[in-house]
Structure formats: C-alpha cells, structure tokens
Design a binder for this molecule. Structure first.
Ligand code: FES
Length: 127
C-alpha cells in the first residue's frame, strides 16, 4: 500500500504532461515526445530535452521568440495573462492557439505543440 502511494506520489511530482513536438526543419527535424516536470513550462521541458527553442528574454515574458502553437490540448491550459497576450500580438505566425512556451505550464494531459517556422528575431535579421 505504502509502496503504491510512493509510486503514485513520485509520478505526480516528476511527470505532468506529455508533449508531442511536431517536426521543425531546424530545431527538431524528426519531432519529439517528452514529459514535463511539475511546474515546468513547455519551453523549459523542451530545452531539457535538447530542443533549442529560442528564449531571448530568458523566459521573462518580454519577447516572442519562444512562441509555439498548441495544436492539441490548448483548451485545457490556463488562460494566458494580459502581458502574454500583449506580447503574442507581436509574434510571427500568430494563430488563435498560440502561446509563449515559457509562460505555459501544462497540467496532466496530452499536448501537441508546433514550433512556428520563424521567430520574430529571424524575420528581422533576414529582411
Ligand atoms: S522567452 Fe521571452 S517570452 Fe518566452
């Protein structure tokens, strides 16, 4: 009984959401699947799993380089803050289910996430 409790407690402490990252030509050409830890953002979990998602403001909700599009599971996320919404308006390739990955901490569940082709940094460097 106690052993079962420990297993369940460990699982809820260390594994929260399953993220399926769709392929991105540069950052993860084959796509990836990983789990988040408790209170971990999608951006932090992606970085921990070797996906070098840009995070120019060091995850302080002051840029849009960590922009992602949540293709599955969007409705189960907590709403974006006003600051996040304001920043998202400046993101390249904004969609209705866009989020800043550094501000998005998913609970348990399955999520499919797409990295936009470009970030605003790349667009302004190239044009
Ligand atoms: S890293 Fe700048 S808002 Fe996420």
């Amino acid at each position: 009984m106690l052993k079962q409790f420990v297993v369940v407690a460990k699982a809820s402490l260390f594994s929260m959401a399953k993220i399926k990252m769709l392929p991105h030509f540069e950052l993860c050409p084959d796509g990836a699947e990983f789990e988040t830890k408790k209170d971990e953002s999608i951006c932090e979990a992606a970085l921990r799993n070797g996906i070098k998602i840009e995070h120019a403001c060091e995850m302080s909700c002051a840029c849009t380089t960590c922009h992602v599009i949540v293709r599955e599971g969007f409705d189960s996320l907590e709403d974006a803050s006003e600051t996040e919404e304001d920043m998202l308006d400046k993101a390249w390739g904004l969609e209705s289910n866009s989020r800043l990955s550094c501000q998005t901490v998913p609970d348990e569940g399955d999520f499919t996430v797409e990295l936009p082709k470009y970030t605003i940094n790349q667009v302004s460097e190239d044009h």
